[in-house]
Design a protein around this ligand. Structure first.
Ligand SMILES: C[S@@+](CC[C@H](N)C(=O)[O-])C[C@H]1O[C@@H](n2cnc3c(N)ncnc32)[C@H](O)[C@@H]1O
Length: 240
């Protein structure tokens, strides 16, 4: 059974994800900060340092949400960045951040679906996806689209939650997230089901070698896996 935010509703996962992120868009940055103790920001900076070494001239940030990664990528000299997302309200928060930082000429945000990208084949030097892939309706379709729009030798960098491999750490991590996240969401979020879904999807999403196998299946090569914070998140780097 496909994991969806609102299991009782019959609408598609994609439709539910769009609605869910629309609903939590105003609180998303704050809750991300508090739930990860701002580690998400450090991991996004890791993506930037990896990306800088590639000197990309154009980059696509898929599932850009409130545009943190797209904004960071704009600091790479001569790099134009496009961020896409299916949630218009997440993009709305992102656009306000871009305007405040006067980055409109370097970063543009568009409503778009990772599983049906409206860009030509072999178009981007770099594709990034931060905490997006586990929300895709069809994971392989989404990753195949990233593969298609990348130039040959172009690079894909993915940041996603993962499950610590060490059993003791995994137990402690699961205990911590299952008590802390519902508590924080209960106090601060308008949508408690959303955070329950985010927790459940993090626990059931394929990570590490399993995710590497999926990347290979859609055609990616030279895949490296870099666990962060005891394996609670992972950065995957792959090339076309
Ligand atoms: C957890 S947020 C991540 C936002 C941002 N990348 C970050 O790292 O903070 C996940 C985002 O993925 C978007 N998303 C999910 N499925 C998508 C799809 N098929 N195409 C585009 N965006 C999608 C959601 O709307 C949401 O904004």
């Amino acid at each position: 059974m496909m994991l969806k935010p609102y299991q009782k509703s019959s609408s598609s996962k994609k439709n539910q994800i769009e609605k869910m992120f629309d609903k939590i868009s105003d609180d998303y940055d704050f809750l991300n900060w508090i739930i990860t103790f701002n580690s998400h920001n450090r991991w996004k900076k890791n993506i930037l340092s990896l990306a800088k070494k590639l000197n990309p001239l154009n980059a696509l940030d898929i599932a850009t949400g409130t545009a943190d990664i797209a904004i960071m990528l704009a600091s790479i000299p001569n790099c134009k960045v496009v961020g896409i997302d299916i949630s218009e309200q997440m993009l709305h928060v992102g656009r306000k951040k871009i305007k405040k930082k006067k980055l409109e000429k370097l970063v543009s945000l568009e409503n778009g679906d990772a599983e049906d990208l409206h860009y030509s084949d072999n178009f981007f030097d770099l594709v990034t996806i931060g905490f997006g892939v586990r929300n895709f309706q069809d994971l392989e379709k989404g990753l195949s689209e990233s593969f298609r729009v990348l130039k040959p030798k172009g690079c894909l960098i993915i940041l996603e939650t993962s499950i610590p491999e060490n059993k003791v750490i995994r137990f402690l991590y699961s205990f911590f997230t299952r008590t802390y996240i519902p508590l924080i969401a209960g106090i601060f979020s308008k949508d408690k089901l959303a955070y329950q879904y985010l927790l459940n999807s993090a626990e059931s999403f394929p990570s590490g070698k399993k995710f590497k196998n999926i990347l290979e299946k859609v055609g990616f090569k030279n895949i490296s896996i870099r666990p962060k914070l005891l394996g609670s998140s992972t950065i995957y780097i792959a090339s076309k």
